[in-house]
Every structure is written in C-alpha cells, then in structure tokens.
Ligand binder design. Structure first.
Ligand code: FE2
Length: 262
C-alpha cells in the first residue's frame, strides 16, 4: 500500500489513541502497550502481504484492518479495567461497532468496508463463523497470524507470576512450575487447539500458545516464530518432565516440518 494511502487512517488512529491515553490515568501504560502492539501487527501484516498474492484492494484492506483491529481494546481497558474478553466485553465486536459509528471507512468500496469490519469483529474469535466470503477469510487469516505473532512475543515478556492478571497476563491462571491439566496435554499431543475454558495452570496457557502453530496460515508466520527465537523461548517456559518433554519435542519438530514443507 502506498504510504500516503494509509495516512488518513494512521492520523485517525493517533487521535483516537491520544484521547484514550489522556483519560486512562493509571491504565495509560496499557493504552501505550496496545498502540505499540498495533504497529507491530501492522509490520507483520506488511510482510505477510508479500506472499499473500492478494489484489491491491485487499492488500489495502489488510493494512487498514491491522491498524484498526484492536480499537475496541482502548475503551475496554478504561471501562472494565481488564483486557479479559470473558467479563462480558468482546473487544472485536466493540471495535466493529465503534468504526461503524464513524465515517472513517466511508470512502472505501462497500465490499472492502465489509471485509475490514468483519476482520475487526471476528479477529479475536477462537473459531471463525463459517459464512464468511473468501476475501474476508483471507484478510482475517492475515491479521490473525500477525496478531498471534505479537501476542506470543508479548506473553513471553509477561509470563511470570507477578504480571498483572487480566491485563498483561490472561486472568484465571494459577501459577505453578510443573502442574498441567491432562486434557490440555492430550489436546497438545493430538495437535489440536486448546479451548480457553480448559486452561487452569500457567503451563496450560503456555501449551495453548504453543498450539497456535496449528492455526497459522502463512510461511512468514512460521518462519518468524522460529527465527525470532520466540517459539523456542516459549517451549523453554514449560517444565522438563518426561511427558511435557515429549510434547515439546513434537511441537518443535512440527514447526520445523511445516517450514520445510511450505
Ligand atoms: Fe491484537
């Protein structure tokens, strides 16, 4: 996308974030974190675009959707004091609603506007609705891959018992060096995604993140996970007992196998 074409959206986003930053009080650092997260997701999306084979219009939609995907996060932290969507605030739905109430996307073709709004609305769903058109699905896959890459990076930073649960770290985790849930282990061993509701222990959450390799779509995403060292660092957070070592080896082999194959 030409740099100047994204500029009106960047300008809108800066004003939008500055407004929440001003009102955030003790949550100002969380507003800043989400702003930095957004820009890193945009960078990842720009890399994925190079291999996406998408039309110019859709590439533009990918960049705009990346920039706007988390607009619901800013009112969420101010209104609910948490980033936990399970307390009755879906930041994807809220973001789509906020954007629909502005004229920001009005100059775009109707179908592209719909693709962007669907991406914002559904980007945080565990499973996507099955009635999405191919364009919306492609843009969602691009943004969701990019979002996961930065979420893994961020979680690595805050995966410790002292991180603020519900803000830096997901809420509802019990921190423990070695405990894990058998059902979560079995899902990881079967190369399945782990439902958030199954997570009890911190190791369950780490396995949940590790299993995201089974929900990525683009070569860049797999390669970035490996070359950044983030996947290795994530696996290193798991304990070294015999059972977990087995699944760790499988996850690492799977990532490498996918990279070689793609
Ligand atoms: Fe995000």
């Amino acid at each position: 996308m030409q740099k100047q074409a994204l500029q009106p959206y960047l300008d809108w986003f800066d004003v939008y974030v500055a407004d929440y930053h001003e009102k955030a009080g003790e949550n100002a650092s969380f507003v800043e974190r989400k702003q930095r997260h957004t820009m890193r997701v945009l960078d990842h999306v720009r890399e994925i675009i190079k291999e996406s084979g998408a039309t110019q219009d859709l590439c533009e939609a990918m960049e705009i959707a990346a920039l706007l995907h988390d607009v619901g996060r800013f009112p969420q932290i101010l209104d609910t004091n948490t980033f936990d969507d399970r307390v009755g605030y879906d930041h994807g739905e809220a973001g789509a609603r906020i954007l629909s109430e502005t004229d920001l996307l009005d100059s775009l073709p109707m179908d592209i506007r719909g693709v962007i709004l669907s991406t914002v609305k559904y980007h945080n769903r565990a499973a996507l609705p099955d009635n999405l058109g191919p364009d919306a699905l492609l843009v969602l896959e691009v943004v969701r891959d990019a979002d996961k890459l930065d979420a893994i990076r961020n979680n690595l930073k805050y995966l410790n018992p002292d991180a603020l649960h519900g803000k830096a770290l997901k809420s509802g985790l019990t921190w423990h060096d070695s405990e894990f849930s058998p059902v979560v282990y079995d899902l990881a061993k079967s190369r399945k995604l782990i439902p958030f509701g199954s997570i009890n222990w911190s190791n369950d959450f780490i396995l949940f993140l590790c299993c995201w390799i089974y929900d990525l779509h683009f070569n860049y995403a797999f390669t970035q996970l490996k070359e950044s060292g983030n996947y290795k660092a994530l696996l290193a957070k798991l304990p070294d007992n015999t059972l977990i070592s087995e699944v760790k080896a499988q996850l690492w082999d799977d990532l490498n196998w996918i990279i070689v194959k793609s």
